[in-house]
Design a protein around this ligand. Structure first.
Ligand code: AMP
Ligand code: FE
Ligand code: FE
Ligand code: ZN
Length: 300
């Protein structure tokens, strides 16, 4: 791993936000703007977890370092288990890992093709939106439904993003296009082989708690107990599940910038003690790998 992502000392007390998006996927902040918001909220650590891309991580690391904030290179992978969509957060990723890069490029191609399909469906509904308009607005390799929604608003076909999702883009709406997804187990394996730790995102939104034991047994490292859309009771419930399955605790705001009104960053704070544990677990794993890698290099 290069120096950009070198570990820094433990943060001690305070709060972290380990679920954040930028304009490298469907967020609206640049990494620098996001880091600035984190500093204003006094965060000690932040993780960038854009959908299916790590392109913003180097800039995020630099911006955070300038502000004295620790940062984690991450991504949010869209996966599927038993027919349910499951989002897997990867933390401490080696962003230069070849297999990770190849896989992310594939996921991005799937996303780009899906934009064309969604636009074709809208066109069949007599909404003359152009794919080029969506791609110009998205201006990233990992476009998604929010970009189609924003384009619908920009071109005057919908009054708001909520209306765009409610009328066209939500599951079972006429412009919804399912996308190919890897299994949750494959996503966890992909994160691990890129040197990272895998956490299941916002379990309270997925209603697939029954798969947590199997994922934990298969190597899932963490559970996102703290999330903007989790009530206090849900957080307590998932903290209990995490303890029972020996999962690390993660959490974050899932802030996408100004795309949905007031930014969510600062509204959902992970106590830094959980970030400490995650960091320590990663350091221990990395230290365990290093001598083995050295032995492998010597014998090859
Ligand atoms: P995609 O990955 O292309 O399927 O898009 C999923 C993203 O759409 C999520 O990460 C959210 O950012 C956003 N999203 C999902 N549902 C809604 C909604 N009802 N209104 C606005 N944004 C949404
Ligand atoms: Fe999103
Ligand atoms: Fe998600
Ligand atoms: Zn997210």
């Amino acid at each position: 791993m290069n120096d950009t992502f070198a570990p820094t000392p433990r943060p001690g007390p305070g709060f972290a936000d380990l679920h954040l998006h930028t304009l490298f996927s469907d967020g609206t902040f640049s990494p620098e703007e996001l880091a600035g918001h984190g500093a204003r909220h006094g965060l000690v650590a932040m993780a960038l977890t854009d959908h299916d891309t790590v392109e913003g991580c180097a800039r995020m690391a630099l911006a955070c370092r300038k502000l004295g904030i620790q940062s984690i290179a991450g991504a949010e992978l869209t996966a599927e288990q038993d027919g349910n969509e499951v989002h897997i957060l990867g933390y401490f990723l080696d962003v230069e890992d070849t297999r990770l890069q190849v896989n992310l490029r594939q996921f991005q191609t799937v996303r780009q093709n899906r934009i064309h399909e969604m636009v074709a469906r809208l066109n069949r509904l007599k909404i003359p939106l152009r794919a080029e308009t969506v791609f110009a607005l998205a201006n990233c390799h990992s476009p998604g439904r929010p970009h189609v929604g924003r384009a619908l608003v920009q071109e005057g076909f919908c009054g708001s993003l909520d209306e765009a999702f409610d009328r066209f883009l939500k599951k079972n709406r006429p412009a919804y296009v399912p996308k190919f997804k890897i299994s949750a187990l494959e996503a966890i394996a992909l994160v691990h082989q890129a040197g990272g730790l895998a956490s299941m995102a916002h379990p309270g939104l997925n209603r697939s708690d029954e798969i947590i034991p199997a994922l934990a047994a298969a190597g899932l490292d963490g559970l996102e107990c703290f999330h903007t859309k989790h009530t206090a009771a849900m957080t307590a419930y998932y903290l209990d599940i995490a303890a029972r399955h020996h999962l690390l605790v993660t959490g974050g705001s899932d802030c996408h910038g100004f795309s949905k009104g007031k930014p969510l960053i600062g509204g959902c704070k992970l106590p830094a003690v959980y970030y400490d544990r995650l960091n320590q677990h990663y350091q221990a794993k990395a230290a365990d790998r290093a001598p083995r890698a050295a032995v492998a290099a010597q014998s090859s």
